[in-house]
Design a protein. Structure first.
Length: 342
């Protein structure tokens, strides 16, 4: 991995007394506001030599701000052509079934072959409300998560769809396969999610002060103890058991909010880490490891199965569904045959 790049800036007079994340957004426009806030929370920003962990901390005129981050990687050599799997399209929006391995939009890491790039190659110019690197993008799916995504083809449609996500008018249904044996057939997980300090792309769940902790105690120690200071963003996930196996479970997850890695972090905290998830797993090893003879899974077993929302122009309620991908279907069948509940 390349060494961290450090940028140094002095706070100009017109930004004196402003929040540190807003100052950084002005001084380093090449990084998104979300990325800058994550860097602050992870301890990668210093003001006059002292780490700043709160994005709303104010900075004085002339203060020296230092920020360290991973520079963009060298562009990867292009692989074989990839085509988007289109579920629906009209003049206002496109709905796709995202393949595993595709990132949603270009990032500082320099990955190529994004949903945004492929969409423009396929459908022509798309509105860039959130910046030139995110044409048509309404919401995100993790690189290794498959399933339904909607993109906006016009600025009005894009803004309408983004508003529906923000106002929680969109119903999202995911399928997942997890390790563990949940106590309940269904439950709500209401936990804040915050960046994990010292990690660029990892998050932790913050239980309420009166919580007794996760069903798997190792999960909390791995993701860090909750802070006495309010932090993170509220997150809510409903899950329902579809089928139980010996040491494994097939789940339906319906997140009410849309935080980064939300289902993966919530399920891990609840003692049900997703099969194949290499970012969120107990340090001491899995209590229910997947047998070596099981079908190989090179990613987390998470699939965005359904997306329901109002059409951005007609207002009609529409629902789109992506079939369960072959790798998850094969694992489900193997578990059903080889790991039935006694």
């Amino acid at each position: 991995m390349a060494p961290l790049e450090v940028q140094r800036h002095h706070v100009p007079p017109d930004l004196a007394g402003s929040r540190v994340d807003r100052v950084l957004a002005q001084l380093i426009p090449s990084l998104s506001r979300t990325r800058l806030q994550a860097l602050v929370a992870a301890g990668h920003v210093r003001v006059d030599g002292e780490p700043v962990l709160r994005r709303n901390a104010t900075v004085a005129r002339g203060a020296l701000i230092e920020i360290e981050f991973q520079p963009p990687a060298e562009p990867r050599r292009p692989g074989p052509p990839v085509q988007l799997k289109v579920l629906y399209e009209d003049d206002h929006m496109v709905v796709i079934d995202k393949q595993a391995g595709l990132i949603t939009h270009r990032t500082q890491r320099g990955e190529g072959g994004t949903v945004a790039d492929l969409a423009q190659d396929t459908f022509g110019p798309l509105p860039s409300v959130q910046g030139a690197d995110r044409p048509g993008i309404v919401h995100r799916l993790d690189r290794l998560t498959t399933g339904v995504m909607v993109l906006g083809r016009t600025e009005a449609a894009l803004e309408n769809l983004k508003g529906q996500f923000k106002e929680r008018k969109v119903q999202k249904t995911y399928r997942a396969i997890a390790h563990g044996d949940p106590r309940f057939e269904s439950d709500w997980i209401e936990l804040r999610i915050a960046p994990l300090q010292g990690h660029f792309d990892r998050y932790r769940a913050l239980p309420a002060a009166d919580s007794t902790g996760p069903s798997d105690p190792e999960a909390l120690s791995e993701l860090g103890q909750p802070s006495s200071q309010p932090e993170g963003r509220s997150a809510s996930t409903y899950y329902e058991v579809l089928e139980r196996f010996r040491g494994f479970v097939s789940l339906k997850c319906m997140p009410k909010t849309g935080r980064t890695h939300q289902i993966r972090v919530h399920m891990f905290w609840a003692g049900m880490p997703l099969v194949g998830d290499r970012q969120y797993g107990p340090r001491g090893g899995l209590k229910y490891p997947l047998p070596p003879e099981a079908p190989a899974l090179s990613r987390q077993a998470l699939h965005a199965q359904k997306l329901e929302f109002d059409h951005p122009v007609s207002g009609e309620r529409v629902c789109f569904e992506a079939p369960i991908p072959e790798d998850m279907r094969a694992l489900d069948e193997w578990l059903r045959e080889n790991m039935p509940v006694a």
